[in-house]
Design a protein around this ligand. Structure first.
Ligand code: PEP
Ligand code: MG
Length: 586
């Protein structure tokens, strides 16, 4: 059928990362590896084993290609993980167990390989030794590749996509996002997910348009379809008409004009019309984001999500790898503060490890809970951060603190690491500030206690809202209940900031709400000392703040706190924003 005769279809989802993309769909079904299971005849045994040999050969050449690509772009150190994969693939004990299993059970080789691999996985997972435990993710990865080759299913490599691709998937993990070739990827959409999933946060920071919560996009879109993805309104149009493409073209021109106006604020001071300052800092995932942060004139880094380093390296990174990255960021930021958050692994950031296979992963073994039980990982990160503190204004922040005892235990570990460095004569900032995130409701309730012991506080609204309202931030079915304007959320934010002010402890906001122009004035009026946001959102937020007076922002806080419904609060926030910059809005 000629392109022009194809029917236009519109699918709706949740707008997640702004921007419009027009390209070719690639449906990425990562999780659908169905392992066939059937009986074989005695005479077929040799054929099954021959199939295994062929699959091992194919997998070996696949891994070698990736290994060489990584070695070329990132260096030999980074490629080492793939050498470990080759060792797993060619492990003679594993191969011989599989062939014995095929002979004994007379089942197909896919089934036997998977059974043996699962046995290895549970054996290594139960090990005390951290190094051996980490081998689990290697076995898992190799097994997945090998099974794909045995089954003959096509494994899409997100690092090797065609130009102008829009990825459509059930879900996209942060490590998928880290693997994507951003020069070719125009946008992505997922059936699942909410606005504050980490893949979405990464997409926003990379300015990749995204729509989530589409429910069944993977069933309705086929690879090769021409689609238009609108990350502002959360829609996908399959086979868009010329007329629609023309309208979107006009809209894009309007948006570009608006962007130019917002960008005029970049060089101006970050303060209200009447001169009240507010630091606007950047959320980053690694040294590569510093260029964007400096371009936007950010007042430092308010949240360095260090998981990015671990995800990019597909495992626990060494002290040296981390140190280099932290030091590069500290140097690039100059006088400005750089708040490095210790590892917040778990939740939707799993580094492919057995540790994180949990039913309620966001409420499970995550962040500071993981670090306090994995002191090797925690201490090597603290050492790397402390060493980098010799090069700039570095601060440390702990994620997911739920009470004083966790903060104190983390600080004890920090003190022991400081002592080791002192004894080894290694330079670091002995007065380094240590703060805590406020993202667990129990921390919000005891804010007076935490504010008395922390040098600074930073509100993680992404988690705070999910825990306060019992709405999983990844679950598209309850995404409509994830409501930042709910009176419970607004009162909690105000009470945390008041607690900080009473104790003279600065309070920043580093969740996605800080970059939402609808909420920025409100948070400023509540008394936040800084907002930390994705660099790309910074110009609009700064422009808005420069249009308003502090007393107007404070009056907005009063009005909103008196309204007892989220609808009314949203109305107030929207009309405030319109009054401030209304003449610009398209
Ligand atoms: C938050 O929870 O708001 C936050 C900033 O941390 P993360 O999104 O990484 O969980
Ligand atoms: Mg969080």
């Amino acid at each position: 059928m000629p392109e022009s005769d194809k029917k236009e279809v519109i699918l709706e989802g949740i707008p997640a990362s702004p921007g419009v993309a027009h390209g070719t769909a690639l449906v990425y079904l990562q999780n659908q590896l169905e392992i066939p299971s059937f009986e074989i005849e005695e005479a077929q045994i040799d054929d099954e084993i021959e199939r295994l040999d062929q699959a091992i050969l194919a997998t070996r050449s696949e891994i070698t290609v990736v290994r060489n690509k990584v070695a070329e772009s990132l260096g030999e150190g980074e490629a080492a993980i793939f050498d470990a994969h080759l060792m797993v693939l060619e492990d003679s004990a594993l191969i011989s167990e599989v062939t014995t299993e095929v002979r004994k059970s007379k089942k197909n080789v896919e089934q036997c390989y998977n059974d043996v691999a699962q046995r290895y996985i549970s054996f290594f997972s139960s090990m005390e030794d951290e190094y051996l435990k980490e081998r689990v993710s290697d076995i898992r990865d190799v097994t997945r590749r090998l099974l794909h080759n045995l089954i003959g299913s096509q494994k899409v490599d997100l690092g090797d996509i065609q130009s102008d691709t829009i990825v459509i998937s059930e879900d996209i993990t942060p490590s998928d996002t880290a693997d994507m070739d951003r020069t070719k990827l125009l946008g992505f959409a997922t059936d699942m997910g909410g606005k504050t999933s980490h893949s979405v946060i990464m997409a926003r920071s990379l300015q990749i348009p995204a729509v989530v919560g589409m429910h069944d996009a993977t069933k309705r879109i086929k690879s090769g379809d021409q689609i238009l993805l609108d990350g502002h309104d959360g829609i996908i149009v399959i086979n868009p008409t010329e007329d629609r493409l023309f309208k979107y073209g006009k809209l894009a021109t309007e948006r570009r004009k608006l962007d130019k106006i917002y960008h005029t604020a970049i060089a101006e001071p970050s303060e209200t019309k009447d001169g009240s300052p507010i630091a606007l800092m950047a959320n980053i995932e690694g040294a590569q984001d510093m260029e964007g942060a400096l371009e936007m004139n950010a007042d430092g880094v308010g949240l360095f999500r260090t998981e990015g380093i671990f995800l990019r390296h597909h495992g626990y990174s060494s002290e040296e790898v981390q140190y280099e990255e932290y030091a590069a960021v500290a140097k690039a930021a100059g006088e400005h503060p750089v708040i490095i958050r210790t590892l917040d692994v778990g939740g939707d950031k799993t580094i492919g490890d057995e540790n994180f296979k949990e039913d309620n992963s966001f409420m499970g073994f995550r962040a500071i809970r993981f670090c306090l039980e994995n002191l090797g990982v925690f201490k090597s990160q603290l050492r790397a951060i402390l060493r980098a503190s010799a090069f700039g204004n570095v601060k440390i922040m702990y994620p997911m603190i739920s009470g004083l005892s966790e903060l104190r235990r983390a600080n004890e570990v920090l003190e022991s690491v400081k002592q080791e460095l002192r004894e080894a004569g290694i330079a670091f900032d002995g007065d380094i500030d240590v703060g805590t995130m406020v993202e667990v409701p129990s921390a919000a309730v005891i804010i007076d206690l935490l504010a008395a012991e922390a040098d600074f506080l930073s509100i993680g609204t992404n988690d705070l809202i999910q825990y306060l309202m019992a709405v999983d931030r990844l679950n598209d079915r309850v995404a409509h209940l994830y409501d930042p304007s709910h009176p419970a959320v607004l009162r909690t934010l105000k009470s945390i900031i008041d607690g900080g002010i009473r104790a003279n402890t600065p309070v920043s906001i580093c969740g996605e709400l800080a970059g939402d122009p609808m909420f920025a004035a409100l948070l400023l009026g509540m008394g936040a000392s800084s907002l930390s946001l994705t660099s790309s959102s910074l110009p609009e937020v700064k422009y808005l703040i420069r249009q308003i007076e502090m007393k107007e922002a404070q009056a907005l806080v009063n009005d909103v706190l008196q309204s007892n419904s989220s609808e009314k609060s949203m109305e107030l926030l929207e009309s405030f924003r319109k009054r401030a910059i209304g003449e610009l809005l398209v």
